[in-house]
Design a binder for this molecule. Structure first.
Ligand SMILES: Nc1ncnc2c1ncn2[C@@H]1O[C@H](COP(=O)(O)OP(=O)(O)OP(=O)(O)O)[C@@H](O)[C@H]1O
Ligand SMILES: [Mg+2]
Length: 362
């Protein structure tokens, strides 16, 4: 098992997030992608906290359920870890070094490359991208770091569920990968411009800025739909689970929209606005042409309009599967009507799983 390994076999995309385990299997025909199966299995509260797997057994149980329900035959999977707080970096190295020699040289230089790297806790992986454009004697090498424990826990969960973790990716690469499909939602002329993908999940808000299909900036904040669920729970005296269900199916008392939902939408806008402001102050700063909203909170009614009107940036709700769903006339479509309906609802929460499943076709 190694990070970045080129997938020669088809892999399931497995996203282990704070609220659920998400499984996705894609197939490809020419340039068309299709969803073969997908499942989302909720996790008990606190099984995964801040991207750390606290309760390996319950996560493995949830994963087993998704595998069973999906009826997938695949035995290999790609999982993601969040990186350390630093973005992956591209460095140059002499072209004639062996992998082993490269690894040794990186170990020597690691604290210059990633100043926050802790050798006892962190691990890194690298991939040779190819010859450097300016100097043919050098190659570009992509280097990323994560906490070793995060990688090991995910591999263990997969093993318990009978899957082999053949690829461990970074979340930031998974999002970048998924943009190949997400970008199809945007007008052609802005696809290669600067685009903000903002994922607002249950506990975390992640901003990924891409320019010309490459990630140039990433930032995380503790903010998510859990706060809205807690509001509902406290206001109406419901259990956390009841509150979560009420939120998703709209079975909420009168006054909910004005008292709770609208203020939360404003809080989302503020969060996004603050994140974009931080980006504009960074060295990577550029004008953003479009926003793609992902994560469960992207399903909140008219949130795209609210964000677009407040920030004056064209805003889309992430749907990496727009093609496979709209392709209804295709008589070969594997997508049963019921799954298509479910999928169009869940699509914004499947961006990372999608980026991972796409590694089947590297
Ligand atoms: N229709 C909806 N309206 C409002 N909130 C929703 C809706 N659907 C899902 N959510 C909320 O979205 C959140 C789950 O989204 P998602 O699956 O993206 O989170 P996650 O990936 O598990 O979280 P994180 O990325 O923070 O680990 C939950 O808080 C859920 O209540
Ligand atoms: Mg998430």
């Amino acid at each position: 098992m190694s990070w970045f390994k080129r997938g020669k076999t088809a892999v399931l995309g497995i996203d282990i997030s704070s609220s659920a385990v998400k499984l996705l299997e894609l197939s490809k025909n020419g340039t068309d992608y299709r969803v073969e199966s997908y499942e989302v299995e909720p996790l008990p509260i606190d099984a995964v906290v801040d991207k750390n797997i606290v309760d390996i057994d319950s996560v493995a149980d949830a994963l087993k359920k998704t595998i069973r329900k999906s009826k997938t035959k695949l035995k290999h999977a790609c999982v993601a870890v969040a990186g350390t707080s630093v973005l992956p970096k591209t460095i140059q190295m002499p072209a004639d070094l062996s992998d082993k020699e490269m690894e040794e040289e990186i170990i020597d230089r690691i604290d210059q490359i990633f100043p926050s790297y802790e050798p006892e806790k962190d691990s890194f992986d690298f991939e040779v991208l190819g010859e450097n454009a300016d100097s043919p004697l050098e190659v570009d090498v992509l280097l990323a770091a994560s906490q070793s424990e995060k990688v090991e826990d995910r591999v263990e969960v997969l093993a318990q569920a009978g899957l082999k973790a053949s690829i461990v990716d970074l979340e930031v690469f998974a999002t970048e990968n998924a943009y190949v499909l997400l970008s199809k939602q945007l007008p052609k002329k802005v696809r290669d411009k600067t685009v903000a993908i903002i994922d607002i999940g249950a506990t975390m808000t992640t901003l990924n800025i891409l320019s010309n299909y490459r990630s140039i900036y990433k930032q995380e904040q503790n903010f998510g739909g859990k706060e809205l669920t807690n509001e509902i729970k406290n206001r109406y005296g419901l259990s956390y689970e009841e509150a979560g269900n009420a939120k998703r199916n709209g079975s909420v008392p009168d006054g909910y929209k004005i008292d709770i939902l609208d203020p939360f939408k404003q809080a989302m806008v503020q969060q996004i606005s603050r994140a974009l402001q931080l980006f504009s102050l960074s060295s990577a700063s550029r004008d953003i042409t479009s926003i793609i909203l992902a994560g469960g909170c992207a399903s909140i009614e008219e949130i795209d309009q609210t964000v677009e009107n407040s920030l004056n940036i064209k805003t889309y709700i992430a749907n990496p599967f727009s093609m496979s769903v709209s392709n209804k006339k295709d008589s070969n479509t594997h997508l049963k009507a019921s799954m298509a309906k479910r999928l169009s609802k869940d699509a914004p929460t499947l961006v990372i799983a999608c980026g991972l499943a796409l590694r089947s076709f590297d």
